[in-house]
Design a protein around this ligand. Structure first.
Ligand SMILES: [Zn+2]
Length: 283
């Protein structure tokens, strides 16, 4: 769930709160969360946090002495700062960074899947890690020239291409629906079939919606960082509701693990796209 605006606001809040704080001890209760073993996690005990920042949908926590934690929350993780330490029975804990003033930076994960991960790396090696080395340019604040970028992606539909972190970094299942709706573009429009004007609309929509979300979060998000961030969404997860722009009914296409939402009047020339879930049920 956390995409560029959610990771960015979290990194900003955490950076302001823990920069300069000293780490007392660390623990990785999640069986699979810590993906590296050399240097050991305890190498950062006793050191100060130098910065918390974002790269794509990843967090980087820089530690004094040239070490960095690189983390990805996947679909159900959170990075939060609490005044007190977690109980050892808290099953959501994946990584605990205990500060010497009693606070705790905690990576948690909800649900049964353990997909969120963290690596401890030399700071100089962070950008070379495969997770970051393969990232495309950030979608915000200054998206790359989209017509050229997308033309290289052939016939792939926009809905998939814009979520491909190797092409452009930061957009996921929530914000792709919002950006395409704002740009009045079909989710199935082919990447190599954008006019200059459509590419301009897409660029503007990206800046407006990702930047707008961040402005919203700046007003409403506070520490410890809520379990559920108040995403300012207009069409995503709103199937059956009225389109805020034209009043038509928002339609959805269901996939195995997510739902794509769009306005047929604004985006697909009035056409309601085949819902695979529905057609499977009817077979
Ligand atoms: Zn509409």
């Amino acid at each position: 769930m956390p995409e560029l605006p959610e990771v960015e606001i979290t990194a900003r809040r955490l950076d302001a709160a823990v920069r300069g704080a000293t780490i007392e001890s660390t623990l990785a209760p999640g069986l699979n969360a810590l993906k590296t073993f050399d240097p050991p996690l305890h190498a950062i005990d006793g050191r100060a946090i130098a910065a918390v920042r974002r790269r794509g949908k990843h967090f980087v926590v820089d530690i004094a002495g040239d070490l960095s934690l690189l983390a990805h929350l996947m679909s159900a993780g959170r990075l939060q700062l609490f005044d007190k330490r977690a109980g050892l029975r808290d099953r959501t804990s994946r990584l605990l960074v205990r500060l010497d003033d009693g606070r705790e930076l905690r990576m948690r994960e909800f649900g049964t899947r353990q997909a969120a991960w963290v690596k401890l790396l030399a700071t100089g090696a962070v950008e070379d890690d495969p997770a970051l080395a393969t990232l495309g340019p950030d979608a915000w604040p200054s998206p790359p020239p989209l017509r050229e970028l997308l033309a290289g992606q052939g016939h792939r539909p926009l809905h998939g291409v814009l979520r491909d972190q190797r092409v452009i970094a930061g957009i996921g299942r929530s914000w792709v629906d919002e950006i395409l709706w704002t740009a009045c573009l079909s989710p199935f429009k082919r990447a190599d079939d954008l006019s200059d004007e459509e590419a301009d609309r897409l660029t503007a929509a990206m800046v407006e919606r990702l930047g707008g979300a961040l402005e919203h979060y700046e007003k409403v998000v506070t520490l410890p960082i809520p379990d559920k961030l108040p995403l300012p969404l207009e069409v995503h997860r709103r199937a059956g509701e009225a389109c805020p722009r034209c009043g038509a009914t928002i339609e959805a296409v269901h996939y195995e693990s997510y739902v794509m939402c769009y306005c047929p009047v604004d985006q697909t020339g009035g056409k309601v796209l085949k819902d695979r879930r529905l057609s499977r049920l009817l077979k």
